[in-house]
Design a protein around this ligand. Structure first.
Ligand code: BES
Ligand code: ZN
Length: 451
């Protein structure tokens, strides 16, 4: 088959990219209520596309953003579920984009625009793989169920709730997800571990309004300064998290993993150069890949309060806000980590300000067995699609629903990502290589045949 299906992809990829651009023009920003209509319109567009390929497709509404559900029978009764997300992260800062975020543009063999790599472009590889098989072979080798969510990027729980309630109806034999990365452009990879996440914010409130820093400075606590003092008690300069109990359940890196990470020859200087930072930084005693893939973190995503304008303004801010995410690794329990972090912030926060803490969702880490035969089949499929040896990696990011799949669906989960960390997901000028798009589509088609 390989040749006919691959030939179809080679002959049609230019059209595939035009369709993907249409997909990307929907500003399906799930975090923002102002975009709810666009998000739904995007989901409806995907449903129409899948109906066009003979799928029994529709939207599932369980509250929150709609879920795209589409099923088509195949030669065998085996069911492969393809998961992805059609929502995207907010586009800001919009002035940093060379071309507008929702006007997808190809430059030098690369597609630019919000969602190109995370995750519309990767979702589209699977839709087009299915098309390529159907148009060349007439039927699918197995049943294919698409389950595409619209709130992966905003910590929503619609899909986890749906999976818990509809597990008997979903029952896949394997789950395929392309929402992660390769090791580098020439090293395709299957991801066998994702970090978990705990997201929260704390707000420190001082005076009812900003007040004169001469009139009151020295006599009252400054919420922005208190925020800095609290944070300094959360992480040490050498990258150790100081929250008591934070590391309690962390599974130490196995020798074989340290060895396999080491063999990837990660280049710290190249990463520093790419990011335009003076040097890499992280927890003492670990390599960069170990820090990124197998160690937990405590990060500030945003910190604000007080005057943000030009030059100087002499005030003490009324409040300061700090947004935090912790990345988790096995065997950390998100509820427990949240508790130790919240307790610590409460303990170290002085009584000179009022403290408010808000939760923004959590999910546990996942780790899969690289010796699973289905995961090995995916490795072969990707090797064929990309024409390169395919390795195993872990990823620093999180895909919250994956732990729900692992818990309720009890089948192998294949994380076959086609993106790169350097694609700029979540940032300005997000992009996806068209070469990876085409090879990813071929890999996805091979996989359906090999499962
Ligand atoms: N595609 C990413 C997950 C990812 C990132 C996998 C990097 C591998 C490498 C996904 O869309 C994502 O961004 N997830 C969020 C989840 C959060 C909003 C709960 C994340 O990791 O920040
Ligand atoms: Zn993302």
């Amino acid at each position: 088959m390989a040749d006919r299906v691959e030939a179809y992809i080679d002959q049609n990829w230019v059209r595939f990219v035009e369709e993907l651009k249409e997909f990307m023009r929907f500003p399906s920003v799930s975090a923002q209520r102002a975009h709810d209509k666009d998000t739904r319109a995007c989901a409806e567009w995907v449903v129409a596309q899948l109906k066009g390929l003979g799928f029994d497709a529709g939207l599932v509404d369980v509250g929150g953003q709609p879920i795209v559900r589409a099923l088509r029978k195949g030669k065998s009764k085996k069911r492969v579920m393809i998961y992805g997300h059609y929502d995207v992260q907010p586009e800001d800062p919009v002035t940093e984009w060379q071309t507008p975020p929702f006007e997808p543009t190809v430059r030098d063999g690369t597609l630019y625009g919000r969602g190109s790599t995370d995750d519309k472009g990767q979702v589209w590889t699977h839709v087009k793989a299915v098309e390529a098989i159907l148009k060349t072979e007439g039927e699918l080798p197995c049943e294919v169920l698409f389950l595409l969510e619209g709130e992966e990027e905003s910590g929503g729980d619609a899909l986890p709730r749906y999976v818990a309630q509809a597990k008997a109806d979903i029952k896949p034999d394997a789950i395929v997800i392309s929402d992660s990365t390769m090791y580098d452009a020439n090293t395709p990879a299957i991801t066998y571990g994702l970090r978990g996440i705990v997201a929260l914010e704390f707000i420190l409130r001082g005076p009812a309004a900003d007040v004169h820093s001469g009139a009151f400075g020295g006599g009252i606590a400054n919420p922005a300064m208190v925020a800095a003092q609290i944070l300094a008690q959360c992480v040490s300069p050498d990258g150790k998290i100081l929250v008591p109990g934070f590391y309690d359940d962390v599974v130490p890196l196995q020798d074989w993993e340290r060895e396999s990470f080491r063999k990837l020859n990660f280049n710290d200087e190249a990463m520093a150069k790419e990011l335009n930072i003076p040097r890499v930084h992280g927890e003492a005693g670990y390599s960069t890949l170990e820090r990124l893939w197998a160690r937990p973190t405590f990060e500030v995503n945003g910190i604000f309060g007080g005057y943000q304008g030009q030059r100087s303004k002499t005030i003490i801010p009324a409040s300061a806000t700090v947004k935090i995410t912790c990345r988790l690794v096995g065997n950390q329990d998100p509820a427990r980590v949240r508790k130790v972090v919240v307790d610590h912030i409460r303990n170290v926060c002085p009584n000179t300000v009022r403290l408010e803490i808000n939760d923004f969702g959590a999910s546990p880490p996942v780790l899969f067995d690289v010796n699973d035969p289905t995961i090995r089949a995916a490795q072969d499929a990707m090797r064929k699609g990309f024409g390169h040896d395919t390795t195993f990696i872990r990823c620093g990011g999180s895909i919250p629903v994956v732990s729900t799949f692992a818990e309720y669906l009890g089948c192998p989960v294949i994380l076959m990502g086609f993106g790169l960390d350097s694609d700029g997901p979540h940032g300005p000028n997000e992009h996806f290589s068209l070469d990876s798009f085409v090879k990813g589509t071929k890999s996805a088609a091979h996989l359906l045949r090999m499962i």
